[in-house]
Design a protein around this ligand. Structure first.
Ligand code: 5GP
Length: 218
């Protein structure tokens, strides 16, 4: 069932924040979700990190210089910013605020501190922690994707341990199971994330009283 905003549901769109340690599979899971549920709009972050091969401007990130990033931050253009492993990352404010107030759902994938900062600003945000089924897989995945040096991988793993300490502040935990080689491509975590997004829409406080009254009177 797809309930139209304006008819049955009230208020702004829903904000889904998918976080968890680097290497847990946030990019893969969120990208797959976006293909499957295109009505959920993706919030593109800004970063001072250099693009990896295949990453496109305005799609993966807005790639900016450090001085541009700092100027944007001074102008209050970010909902939150974080220095992560030597680079700056930030969630642009205007896209998120405008999209939610237009009634569209938004999804983003900041690191864990960013997720907690978003929750402080948007109490209604739904926080999802993506966890690998074994922590040792983080190392394996970061190594396999060949985009970071050994030092960078070690730094990301150290950060991952500190991030795990915040897991109880999240609303949901998704286990991103390492699929056997022959099943790579099927991701149970994507089905689970879709289920969360779907279920959140049916929460009673999203329904207009009018809608329920009209059902009663019809
Ligand atoms: P990567 O360099 O691998 O793309 O991202 C490094 C980390 O920064 C990841 O955990 C990613 O989720 C996080 N990240 C990406 N964009 C943002 C953002 O706008 N804010 C915060 N706080 N973290 C972000």
């Amino acid at each position: 069932m797809w309930l139209e905003r304006g008819v049955a549901l009230k208020g702004p769109g829903l904000l889904f924040v998918v976080s968890g340690p680097s290497g847990a599979g946030k990019d893969t899971v969120v990208d797959a979700l976006r293909e499957r549920v295109p009505r959920v709009r993706y919030s593109v972050s800004a970063t001072t990190r250099k693009p990896r091969p295949g990453e496109r401007e305005g799609e993966a990130y807005f790639f900016v210089t450090r001085s541009d990033f700092e100027a944007m931050a001074t102008r209050g253009e970010f909902l939150e910013t974080k220095k992560y492993n030597g680079n700056l990352y930030g969630t642009p404010r205007s896209f998120v605020e405008r999209t939610l107030s237009d009634g569209y759902d938004v999804i983003m994938k900041p690191e864990v501190n960013g997720a907690l900062a978003i929750k402080r600003g948007f109490q209604a945000a739904v926080l999802v922690f993506l966890l690998p089924d074994k922590f040792s897989y983080l190392h394996q995945r970061l190594t396999e994707r060949r985009t970071e040096s050994a030092e960078e991988i070690a730094a990301r793993l150290a950060i991952a341990h500190t991030e795990l300490a915040s897991i109880r502040h999240f609303d949901y935990v998704l286990i991103n199971e390492q699929a056997p080689l022959e099943q790579r491509g099927s991701l149970p975590a994507v089905d689970d994330l879709e289920a969360i997004i779907h279920a959140e829409r049916f929460r009673i406080h999203h329904y207009k009283d009018d809608y329920i009254r009209n059902v009663e009177e019809s």
